[in-house]
Design a protein around this ligand. Structure first.
Ligand code: GTP
Ligand code: MG
Length: 445
């Protein structure tokens, strides 16, 4: 069963306001649908923010009327309502109407869909961080209004936040240890990042080896406990709600690809920080594939890239390869235009503040048809940290053991030359160093 089947929001009206242009409701509609709502109407306004309702007073009244007419049970509000606006707007709506703003909608999606411990903890933490200022406000009011105050809901929320932060820190340490073991096992770690629905999971499936990694002796020495056969893909926002990892081979080199939770615009910073598992994977990647949906219009593409770049600028350490996905939907000219938009958007972006992070050339691909994926593999191989070594060793049983060790970690070139074996190998710098050390041992040095 899909966990989200449990979310049955019923009929909803979307509302959106923008100071500069007529609001585009496409994304809030899709977020509402992903959360199980049936969108039955919309109210939009181009206006500066009203302190009381966010929307202007007349428009807020119109919203209440539309909700009543459409017999809707909920309003999905595209934006962040202050606790005061939330309360005032709720008063204006037909009684019993649920009011969810953009943050709340995203939180509900995560809370309903999260299933692994890190994802669940993150969703709870994000919800409490969202609730805290609202509980603070309610408790300020009750302090003013009530003579007695029993317990403190604020302290209670703060304590629960502390507890979840500690729990998350433990899970984070465990994930870091797992990554350390994977690197020691010769794997490069590559993270797929990008806006929700960009095609990350589809690309992961396209790049991954068919077979699930076998731990061999089953002791989990390489720590593959989060490896999965599948990475679900669907034309729905926030299909992926936890990080999953699969093995891929790039020119003989073993790579672990991690699919991450999609990003969405206009979430407050501390909510984004709550999803630390995704951010950690991005930070720890030897390379990051930044996937964008090239079939979006130019303005949307730019906006989504800004969101993605914001996260990369804060967290990425390895080189970033922009992957311009879904080009099967584009003509040759549109494809070139999309690549240009991506280059342009990256050039004048927050990444300027991170000269240490190398941005590679964008690669147009279709994760769906496989078009361009070979170029992407080549670009990835080129971006991974690598060194090459060549050595000669006597042909003994121990040398055969070394060769098999190398085959697990890449694609050694082996030439038999009388009693000796000539080897040439490219791979991770630490693997190359270890190979040199072992070769020296074999020569009795
Ligand atoms: N036409 C086309 N559709 C694609 C391509 N790649 C992905 N899609 C579709 O785009 C939708 C989203 O793909 P996903 O792989 O689930 O996207 P995601 O980035 O993992 O999304 P979230 O997990 O929600 O963040 C699905 O309907 C895919 O079939 C592509 O190259 N071409
Ligand atoms: Mg996904």
């Amino acid at each position: 069963m899909n966990v989200r089947d449990r979310l049955d929001g019923g009929r909803a009206v979307v509302a959106a306001r923008d100071a500069d242009s007529q609001p585009d409701t496409a994304e809030i509609r899709r977020l509402a649908e992903a959360a199980g709502f049936d969108v039955v109407g919309e109210v939009t306004q181009r206006r500066r923010e009203d302190r009381r309702y966010d929307l202007g007073e007349g428009k807020a009244g119109e919203l209440a009327a539309v909700v009543a007419d459409a017999d809707a049970g909920a309003v999905a509000f595209d934006g962040a309502l202050t606790p005061g606006q939330y309360a005032d707007l709720l008063d204006l709506l037909p009684s019993g109407t649920a009011l969810v703003d953009r943050y709340r909608l995203v939180l509900e999606l995560f809370a309903a869909g999260a299933s692994d411990p890190a994802a669940t903890t993150q969703a709870r933490l994000a919800t409490l961080r969202y609730d805290l200022p609202r509980v603070r406000r309610a408790s300020d009011e009750s302090l003013l209004n009530a003579a007695t105050e029993k317990g403190s809901p604020v302290l209670d929320v703060e304590r629960r936040i502390d507890a979840l932060e500690n729990r998350l820190a433990e899970l984070t340490d465990a994930a870091a240890e797992r990554r350390r073991r994977r690197r020691a096992g010769g794997f490069d770690l590559v993270a797929l990042a990008g806006y929700t629905n960009a095609g990350k999971s589809t690309l992961l499936r396209r790049l991954a080896d068919d077979l699930r990694v076998d731990d061999g002796d089953g002791d989990g020495a390489t720590g593959h406990d989060d490896l999965t056969e599948s990475a679900a893909t669907a034309d729905r926002l926030f299909e992926t709600l936890e990080t999953t990892t699969r093995r891929a081979t790039v020119d003989g080199r073993p790579v672990l690809l991690t699919d991450t939770v999609g990003l969405v615009a206009d979430l407050p910073h501390d909510l984004v920080r709550s999803f630390s598992a995704t951010l950690d994977e991005i930070a720890a990647g030897d390379a990051v594939l930044a996937v964008v949906d090239a079939s979006a219009d130019r303005a949307t593409l730019r906006r989504r890239l800004e969101t993605t770049v914001g996260v990369l600028a804060a967290d990425a350490t390895g080189p970033v390869i922009p992957v311009v996905n879904k080009v099967d939907r584009l003509t040759e000219a549109e494809r070139a235009a999309a690549v240009e938009t991506v280059e342009d958007a990256l050039a004048g972006s927050d990444m300027d503040d991170r000269p240490d992070v190398e941005i590679r050339d964008p690669i147009p691909v279709s994760a769906l048809t496989g078009d361009g994926v070979e170029s992407l593999r080549a670009a990835l191989l080129d971006a991974l940290p690598g060194e090459t070594v060549a050595f000669r060793v006597p042909n003994t049983g121990e040398t055969q053991a070394l060769l098999s060790w190398l085959h697990d970690r890449g694609d050694p070139e082996v030439r038999y030359d009388g009693d000796a074996v000539a080897v040439r190998f490219s791979g991770r710098p630490d693997v190359v160093a270890e190979a040199e050390r072992r070769a020296a041992d074999l020569r009795g040095e």
